[in-house]
Design a protein around this ligand. Structure first.
Ligand code: SAM
Ligand code: SF4
Length: 460
C-alpha cells in the first residue's frame, strides 16, 4: 500500500451530519486514510454540508474557497490535495458545485458515502466524480464499522442514526428532497452497533433521525418495531448508562414512547420536539399536520408520564404570510410550555419547496426583528430553567476535560453542561454533583463531599 494518507472531515449542520462524517472517516480508514484535525496536513478534505438554510450553502462555498488556497499551497509543495463535497448541498446541487468551484474533485450525495473509497481512487487518477443517485443498496449495510481507537477518540457519548429521510413534506423544508424518503434501519443492526460502541467505552447513546420517532425498523421476527421498543431493548445493554433520541415530530409521539419516559430509567428526561410556530394558521400553511392544541396535548401527556421532563424546540419566524398576530401566538406558546431552550431561525426560502413559491414573503427586517424578540423570550425561559437548579444535586455523566486544569465537563439528565473539579479517572461515570453556580451557558458544581475527600491526593 502507498504511504498513509490523511483525511480531514468538516461537518456543517445537524448531528446526523456529525454521525455521517464519522462513518465517512471509518469507511476511508481501510483505504489507508487516517483522520487529521488539521486541513493543511490533509491529502483529502471532505466538507460534509447542510442545505437547510441559505446561509449554510453560502458558508460552504466560502469554505471551499478557503480549502482551495490550501490545495494550491499543497500543489506548490508537490502534494496533491483532493476536495470532496458531501451531504445535503452535494445532493441538491450535484454537478453545479464543480461548475461553480472547479477546485472540487468529488461530489457525493448523502446516500452514497459507502462508495467514497472508489470515488477517491478515480479522483486521484484525475477524474471529476459526481455521485448523487439514490442507490439501490443500503449504505448502512456497506459502511465500515468504526475502529476501536476511533470510538475512544470520539468520547463516551455517541450518536447512532436509526432512521433517515422524511415523508412529511413541511412546506419550508428541503429534507425530503435531499435525504429522500423515510427509511428505518433494522433493530438487530442498531443493537450490534450500540453494543460495539459500549464495548469500546461509550456510555451514552443518542439515537438520531430527521424524524426519529417515526422509526419503524424491522425486528428479527420480521415485525415492525417502534422507537419505544427499540429504546427499551437498548436499555438492557450492560454498561450503557444513558439513552436519548432526537429529532421528534409531534405527530409521531405514540403512547409507547411516552410511557418509555416513565418506565426506562436510562432514558433521559429531555425531549427535543420542534413546533415551528404557535399559530394554527401558520402551522396549516407549513403543512405541519398538527395544531397548537395537538402540540400542547402531547407535551401534557409526556409530563404526565414524567413530571420533570425538559422540553426544547425549533421555531421558524417570518414564514410567508405570518402576521404579527400569528407571531404573538408563537410567543404565548413559548410562555405556555416554558421551554428549557430552543433553536429559532429566520425563514429561508429553499428552492423547490412550496413555501418558496409564495408571493407573500415577509421583509427581512420584519423577520429579524421577530427573531430578536423570540430569542430574548427563549433566553429568559432558559435562564429561569437553569436558575431552578441552584443548590440542587444532579446526576452528571462526566464526559471530558474542562477548560481549567483539574476540571471535567459533564451533562445533567436535562442535557445542561456542568463544570466540576474532578479527576480524569471519573470520565465515563455518573456522579452526584451539587450545583453551586448557574452561568449563562453552563452550570458549575461540586462533587459529593465524601467522594471528593476519597479522591483527593494525600495531604490535601
Ligand atoms: N425533522 C425536524 C422537524 O420536524 O422539525 C427537524 C428538521 S430540520 C433539519 C431542523 C430545523 O431547521 C427545523 O426544525 C426548522 O426549524 C429549521 N428549518 C428547516 N427548514 C427551514 C427553512 N427553510 N428556513 C428556516 N429554518 C428551517
Ligand atoms: Fe423537514 Fe422535519 Fe418537516 Fe420532515 S418533519 S419535512 S425533516 S421539518
Amino acid at each position: 500500500m502507498s504511504r498513509s494518507r490523511k483525511v480531514h472531515v468538516k461537518s456543517f449542520g445537524c448531528q446526523m451530519n456529525v454521525y455521517d462524517s464519522h462513518r465517512m472517516a471509518d469507511t476511508l480508514a481501510p483505504a489507508g486514510f487516517s483522520e487529521t484535525a488539521n486541513p493543511e496536513a490533509a491529502d483529502l478534505v471532505v466538507l460534509n454540508t447542510c442545505h437547510i438554510r441559505e446561509k449554510a450553502v453560502e458558508k460552504v462555498y466560502s469554505e471551499i474557497g478557503r480549502i482551495r488556497e490550501l490545495k494550491e499551497a499543497a500543489a506548490r509543495d508537490g502534494r496533491n490535495m483532493l476536495i470532496a463535497v458531501a451531504g445535503c448541498v452535494a445532493q441538491a446541487e450535484g454537478k453545479e458545485i464543480i461548475r461553480r468551484a472547479a477546485a472540487v474533485d468529488v461530489v457525493v450525495g448523502s446516500q452514497n458515502y459507502h462508495r467514497l473509497p472508489d470515488m477517491i481512487a478515480r479522483a486521484m487518477a484525475g477524474e471529476k466524480v459526481v455521485d448523487t443517485e439514490f442507490p439501490v443498496e443500503d449504505k448502512f449495510e456497506v459502511l465500515a464499522a468504526p475502529k476501536q481507537d476511533a470510538i475512544a477518540r470520539r468520547g463516551i457519548s455517541a450518536f447512532v442514526t436509526v432512521q433517515e429521510g422524511c415523508d412529511k413534506f413541511c412546506a419550508f423544508c428541503v429534507v425530503p428532497y435531499t435525504r429522500g424518503t423515510e427509511v428505518s434501519r433494522p433493530v438487530e443492526k442498531i443493537i450490534a452497533e450500540v453494543q460495539r460502541l459500549v464495548d469500546n467505552g461509550v456510555r451514552e447513546v443518542t439515537l438520531i433521525g430527521q424524524n426519529v420517532n417515526a422509526y419503524h425498523g424491522l425486528a428479527s421476527d420480521g415485525s415492525p418495531s417502534t422507537l419505544g421498543k427499540l429504546l427499551r431493548r437498548l436499555a438492557r445493554i450492560p454498561g450503557l448508562l444513558r439513552l436519548r433520541y432526537t429529532t421528534s415530530h409531534p405527530r409521531d409521539m405514540d403512547d409507547d414512547l411516552i410511557m418509555a419516559h416513565a418506565e426506562v430509567p436510562e432514558l433521559m428526561p429531555y425531549v427535543h420536539l420542534p413546533v415551528q410556530s404557535g399559530s394554527d394558521r401558520v402551522l396549516a400553511a407549513m403543512n405541519r399536520r398538527h395544531t397548537r392544541d395537538d402540540y400542547l396535548k402531547v407535551i401534557a401527556r409526556l409530563r404526565e408520564s414524567r413530571a420533570d421532563l425538559a422540553f426544547t424546540s425549533d421555531f421558524i419566524v417570518g414564514f410567508p404570510g405570518e402576521t404579527e398576530v400569528d407571531f404573538h401566538d408563537t410567543l404565548t406558546l413559548v410562555d405556555e410550555v416554558g421551554f428549557a431552550g430552543a433553536y429559532s431561525f429566520i425563514y429561508s426560502p429553499r428552492p423547490g419547496t412550496p413555501a418558496a413559491e409564495r408571493d407573500d414573503q415577509i421583509p427581512q427586517e420584519v423577520k429579524s426583528e421577530r427573531l430578536q424578540r423570540l430569542q430574548a423570550l427563549i433566553t429568559r425561559h432558559q435562564r429561569r430553567f437553569n436558575a431552578g437548579f441552584a443548590g440542587r444535586v444532579l446526576d452528571v455523566l462526566l464526559e471530558k476535560p474542562g477548560k481549567l486544569p483539574g476540571q471535567l465537563v459533564g451533562r445533567s439528565p436535562y442535557l445542561q453542561a456542568i463544570q466540576v473539579m474532578a479527576p480524569d479517572k471519573l470520565i465515563g461515570s455518573i456522579q452526584r454533583v451539587t450545583i453551586t453556580e448557574v452561568g449563562s451557558n453552563s452550570l458549575f458544581g461540586a462533587l459529593d463531599e465524601n467522594l471528593a475527600t476519597e479522591l483527593a491526593p494525600a495531604g490535601v
